[in-house]
Design a protein around this ligand. Structure first.
Ligand SMILES: NC(=O)c1ccc[n+]([C@@H]2O[C@H](COP(=O)([O-])OP(=O)(O)OC[C@H]3O[C@@H](n4cnc5c(N)ncnc54)[C@H](OP(=O)(O)O)[C@@H]3O)[C@@H](O)[C@H]2O)c1
Length: 271
């Protein structure tokens, strides 16, 4: 059985129809080919309704109604709303799966807020889930069925990495959670360089964005290490090795390593 098969017949709920919850639900609905199995709730009825329009999901009038109908429910409110959201719910007696998308909230903390029979797990998607090109960290809980459901749900919006230990979520946040922002800055700076050397802004930005995208697609499509790919484009005495020497002198690698470390430490603090 593939992970995708695990979604067959599964009744899936979503609490919180904002950016991330909405992106994941749209991808799940696309993969299922029908919204019949989907139930959603958001305190803003218009937000729930517009998600329902594109996914075919049924809008419920309360979180309780979502829980009553579903096998697994994704929680996608903001972390600061989570305590109120979870504490106010009426949970069914059966062992419902709860997939928390909340950044920085430990599974043990979520467990304190729900009854014992609820099977809790945690994921950390990134913003590229919006376009089906995300990468999501999924916790290995030891509950094989729940882990398979969760993996299948998040494979609909990109790649999934399973983490054996929850402490690793902080480091994952530093790499892939915050990582898109580092690359947006890199795109902007590449374009600035092009403008500095005479390119029109729109041309420079297009070159920068597609260079980052192309490098990512290439690196993901081969078993070759990125260092090997870099060596291939740095010919002796050429332009690229000159530029790489400048990046080394400016501490490009150590800046990225320190950025990941800072994000990871902040994630630990927030938790
Ligand atoms: N965005 C990202 O890139 C990203 C990446 C990784 C993880 N996450 C996590 O994903 C979660 C959602 O983030 P987001 O950016 O999608 O936030 P968002 O756009 O603000 O969406 C959150 C939604 O949850 C709703 N909500 C509030 N209380 C609720 C309740 N009791 N029951 C059901 N829904 C409720 C909010 O409604 P109101 O606006 O009316 O309060 C809002 O529509 C966060 O926990 C965040 O840490 C986000």
């Amino acid at each position: 059985m593939t992970n995708r098969d695990a979604l067959e017949g599964l009744r899936i709920g979503l609490l919180g129809c904002g950016n991330m919850g909405g992106s994941v639900l749209r991808a799940v609905a696309d993969a299922l080919g029908s919204g019949d199995a989907l139930r959603v709730f958001d305190p803003d009825p218009d937000r729930a309704l517009s998600l329902s329009t594109v996914t075919g999901a049924t809008v419920e009038q309360s979180g309780d109604a979502v829980l009553a109908h579903c096998d697994v429910v994704m929680l996608a409110c903001k972390p600061q709303d989570a305590v109120a959201a979870l504490a106010g719910l009426r949970w069914p007696e059966r062992p419902l799966g709860l997939v928390s998308m909340l950044a920085g909230m430990r599974v043990d903390r979520v467990r304190e807020l729900v009854p014992e029979q609820v099977r809790v797990t945690r994921v950390m998607p990134n913003v590229a889930a919006l376009v089906g090109a995300g990468i999501t960290g999924v916790l290995a809980t030891g509950d094989d069925e729940l882990d398979q459901w969760t993996t299948a749900l998040f494979e609909t919006c990109g790649e999934v990495v399973t983490l054996a230990k929850e402490e690793q979520f902080d480091a994952l946040t530093g790499v892939s959670g915050s990582g898109p922002a580092y690359l947006f800055v890199a795109m902007e700076a590449l374009a600035d360089g092009g403008v500095r050397m005479g390119l029109p802004r729109d041309v420079a930005l297009r070159l920068a964005i597609h260079t980052v995208r192309g490098a990512g697609v290439l690196a993901a499509s081969t078993v070759d290490h990125p260092a090997v790919l870099k060596d291939r484009v740095a010919s002796p005495g050429g332009t690229t090795i000159e530029a790489l020497a400048v990046l080394e002198a400016a501490g490009f690698r150590s800046a990225l390593i320190e950025a990941v470390t800072a994000s990871c430490e902040r994630s630990k603090d927030l938790a």
